[in-house]
Structure formats: structure tokens, C-alpha cells
Design a protein around this ligand. Structure first.
Ligand code: BG6
Length: 478
């Protein structure tokens, strides 16, 4: 067996989940309805998460997987014990906004919701697991969408600020690592899921999306400010759906196209990490007639409250072409790109590119020189358990091994600063993109299918013991 150089001392190994994809209990203990609850499985899911089809409540003919999900809400002790058995140093999870403020605009929080997360954090600490908390992972209370139009409305900043202040105060000493918005660039591609945006006919959708993005960026800076004021030890990060664009050919037009598409994503991090709107965005808005309402105090707030670290999800690289004749697309994390003929792909058509992770790490490091955290990476695959629930998921081990090697190279050979790695869906959960259960990422198998049948029993896959060894040897035995 090859022995690899170790990862830095105190490297935070772990796994990641999101509230709506694992908690279930959507109406328990005062929780309010959220956008993430009303997105069904099936062909209408994408138009709904993209804000093109309206679904503001449950409809009888659909199945809504987040309602019950894997019932982490009632089984968190068992799940955290399994994470601890793998040796997790950190556990990335998210807060369901509507558990804390069921409608979103109340003045007082819901104690039952606060109490739930306090218990979860204390359970983590019992095992020496450091929580890494996403404040909003795609969720927005439905009341804020119906009454205020979601993040298009500037008042959302005030409601989000109240949420953050409540969390930072209540969980002072329990949580140190915070992420403000999951995959903030998804607002451009899945605006209902990312920001509670539903578009009326004839609206300038780009204008609405960038205005909402401005509100999220201001809210993120405000959260960073408050987090530091309440507890100087707090570390606040942004979160990007990352994956470098490669030009399809060396033709300068393709290179230019890939640079432009990269900027579309880095735009958000440019603001959160550097503290100001990049010139290329201001020029583009001017050319497209996009007029963003920015209050003078916003710019100072952005400038003075940049993030402490940059976190991102990485599943694949992307390819850009300026040639309209190049049409073959690959599936991908919400937004598709041109197919890369040099790469293999998952059962869902996501292309597999471990070196792309090293390239992405280096690019982000070169651009910002801020510490990084990979908070999502993994393989969504169909697992076939034996009668005991055991899955021999060598394909998942292979995927993760190659990506961990790429991280190792980026750290030990290239010198990037990386704080940690949390694999996506460390326990099987509902897919955000498709709503399926059968698209599994976990080290832990959960007995539940796409229609919601199953005992919800947890069992260890082969990758469970493998990851345990990776953590125990600090990445030197893969
Ligand atoms: C990211 C999200 O987009 O990718 C997660 O932050 C999501 O919520 C993950 O689950 C994997 O995507 P999918 O569509 O396979 O669940």
C-alpha cells in the first residue's frame, strides 16, 4: 500500500449534510413551511427550483421527499455516534431557518427550534466533533416568499440579520465555523431554491437575480460583522459551487468564453473575499441595462467585512465553448456544461475529474490567498445492499481516494492552505437536484426509496471503514 504524505496537523476531516435533505419533521415543534419543502420529486422539480413554475404549497398529486427525509430530527444521536465512530473531526450541517423563525419575520425565535440545534451541537462536542454550520442551505421560509418576494426584497436582510444574531448569541462557544449561504452562485441557476425567487411573466429575470444577490451579499457581510462582534473567535466563510472551466479548444474565443463563465461564478466570491464589486460585473450590468439598487452604506459594509475563509463544493470541472456548433452537454450540479471527452462520468452523467480539484484549489488560492475548506465532494451512485444492508461501494472509495490525492498534491506540492474536507452526504440523504433517494453519497446506507418506503434503518457501507482509516492516518493511507 502506498503511504502518502500526511495532511496538516488539525486538518478537519468530516462529512456534510443539509437540514432539508436529512431532518424531515417538516412540521414538528413549530417549524414553518419553507421553499425546500414544496419541491417535489419528478419532472416538475427543475422548473420549480428554477423559479419558472409556481409551487407555493403542497399539491396532492406530488411526492415531497423533504417532508420526512431520513428523519435526522429524531435520529441525530444515532447518526452522530456513527460519524464519531469514523473519527470525524468536524460535521457540516445546516440550520432550517423556519425552525428558528417559522414565518421569518417574527421578532422572537421559536425556542423548540433553538433547543434542537443546541442538542445537536452538544452531541457533536461529546465526541470532539467541531460543528461547521451553514446558516442557510437553500432554505427560505415560505411566508417570506409569499409576502415579500424572497430575496428580491431588501427587508430580507433584516430578517436574516435577526436570524444570525440569534444563532451567534445562542451558540456562542458551541459553534465557531459558520457559512453564510450555501452555493451562493446557485441563485443564478436555481433561483427559487437559492433565494426564494419566483418570476412573474415579463420580468427582467437577470435584474431580479442580481438585485437579490446584492441583498444576499450585504446580508453575508453583515453576518460576518456580527459574528466577529459577538465572538472574535468565530470564523465565517462564503460557499461557492466551484469547478474550473476549461476552454474546449485553444481557440482564443473558447479561452475567453471560459474566463467569462468562471467570472460568473467567482463574481460572488470576489465580493465576499475582496469586499467590492469587480469592474467586469459593473461594466456588464451597464451594457445589459441592469441597474442594481445599492445603498451607499452597503459598499462600506462589504469592504470592511470580508470572509475569513473560502469554502466550496466540488464535483466536477466544466468546459466552455464559444462555438454554437459544439452542443454535446454533460449533466452536472444544476447547471450543465460542454462534455469533456477525456473524462468518465457518474451514473447521473456528472463527469469525474480529480485533477480538476487540484486545479480549482490552486485557482482559488491564487485569486484570493485566503484559507479554503472543501465542504462538499463525493459520488452520487446507485447502491445495492445485501440482506444485512451492507454495500460494497468500491466505486465510491475510488472516487474519494483520487480526490483526496489531488487535495494532498495541492497542499503538499503546491502549498495551498486548506483547513478541511467534508464529503457530501456522509449519510445517504435526499438529492437536492433530483429529489431522489437512490442517488446516494453516504458511508452510511439508509433504508428508504424514492417513494418514501423503507425502515430508515442505518447500516455501514464498505466506505465507512475505509474513511475511518483515512482519518485515523490523517490521509496517509488511502
Ligand atoms: C450541492 C448542494 O449542490 O450538491 C447539495 O449543496 C446537493 O445540497 C449536492 O445535494 C449534490 O447534488 P445532488 O443533486 O446530487 O443532490
Amino acid at each position: 500500500m502506498t503511504i502518502y504524505p500526511e495532511f496538516p496537523k488539525n486538518f478537519l476531516w468530516g462529512g456534510a449534510t443539509a437540514a432539508n435533505q436529512c431532518e424531515g419533521a417538516y412540521d414538528v415543534d413549530g417549524r414553518g413551511l419553507a421553499n425546500v419543502d414544496v419541491v417535489p420529486i419528478g419532472k416538475d422539480r427543475f422548473p420549480i427550483i428554477a423559479g419558472q413554475k409556481k409551487m407555493f404549497d403542497f399539491e396532492d398529486s406530488y411526492f415531497y421527499p423533504a417532508k420526512e427525509s431520513i428523519d435526522f430530527y429524531h435520529r441525530y444521536k444515532e447518526d452522530i455516534a456513527l460519524f464519531a465512530e469514523m473519527g470525524f473531526k468536524t460535521y457540516r450541517m445546516s440550520i432550517a431557518w423556519s425552525r428558528i423563525f417559522p414565518k421569518g419575520d417574527e421578532l422572537e425565535p421559536n425556542e423548540a427550534g433553538l433547543d434542537f440545534y443546541e442538542k445537536v451541537f452538544k452531541e457533536c462536542h461529546r465526541y470532539g466533533i467541531e460543528p461547521l454550520v451553514t446558516i442557510t442551505h437553500f432554505d427560505c421560509p415560505m411566508h417570506l416568499i409569499k409576502e415579500y418576494g424572497g430575496w428580491r426584497n431588501r427587508q430580507l436582510i433584516t430578517f436574516y440579520e435577526r436570524l444570525c444574531r440569534t444563532l451567534f448569541t445562542r451558540y456562542k462557544g458551541l459553534v465557531k465555523y459558520w457559512l453564510t449561504f450555501n452555493e451562493i452562485n446557485m441563485i443564478l441557476h436555481a433561483p427559487f431554491m437559492g433565494a426564494g425567487l419566483y418570476f412573474e411573466d415579463g420580468e427582467n429575470q437577470e435584474q431580479v437575480k442580481y438585485q437579490a444577490a446584492h441583498h444576499e451579499l450585504v446580508a453575508s457581510a453583515l453576518a460576518t460583522k456580527i459574528a466577529h462582534e459577538i465572538e472574535p473567535e468565530n470564523k465565517v466563510g462564503c460557499m461557492l459551487a466551484a469547478g474550473q472551466y476549461y476552454p474546449n479548444t485553444p481557440h482564443p474565443d473558447d479561452v475567453w468564453e471560459s474566463l467569462k463563465l468562471d467570472r460568473e461564478n467567482y463574481f460572488f466570491i470576489d465580493v465576499q473575499a475582496r469586499g467590492e464589486y469587480p469592474n467586469y460585473a459593473k461594466k456588464e450590468w451597464e451594457q445589459k441595462g441592469i441597474d442594481i439598487n445599492i445603498e451607499p452604506k452597503d459598499l462600506l459594509l462589504l469592504k470592511e467585512n470580508t470572509v475569513d475563509f473560502i469554502s466550496f463544493s466540488y464535483y466536477s470541472s466544466r468546459v466552455a465553448s464559444a462555438d454554437p456548433a459544439v452542443k454535446e452537454k454533460t449533466a452536472g450540479n444544476i447547471f450543465a456544461s460542454i462534455k469533456n471527452p477525456y473524462l468518465t462520468e457518474s451514473e447521473w452523467g456528472w463527469q469525474i475529474d480529480p485533477l480538476g480539484l487540484r486545479i480549482t484549489l490552486n485557482t482559488i488560492w491564487d485569486r484570493y490567498q485566503k484559507p479554503m475548506f472543501i465542504v462538499e465532494n463525493g459520488l452520487g451512485a446507485v447502491d445495492t445492499p445485501d440482506e444485512t444492508g451492507y454495500v460494497a461501494d468500491d466505486y465510491r472509495i475510488d472516487y474519494l481516494r483520487e480526490h483526496i490525492k489531488a487535495m494532498n498534491d495541492a497542499i503538499n506540492q503546491d502549498g495551498v492552505e486548506l483547513w478541511g474536507y467534508t464529503t457530501w452526504g456522509c449519510i445517504d440523504l435526499v438529492s437536492a437536484g433530483t429529489g431522489e433517494m437512490k442517488k446516494r453519497y453516504g458511508f452510511i446506507y439508509v433504508d428508504r426509496d424514492n417513494e418514501g418506503n423503507g425502515s430508515l434503518k442505518r447500516s455501514k457501507k464498505k466506505s465507512f471503514d475505509w474513511y475511518k482509516q483515512v482519518i485515523a492516518t490523517n490521509g496517509s493511507m488511502l
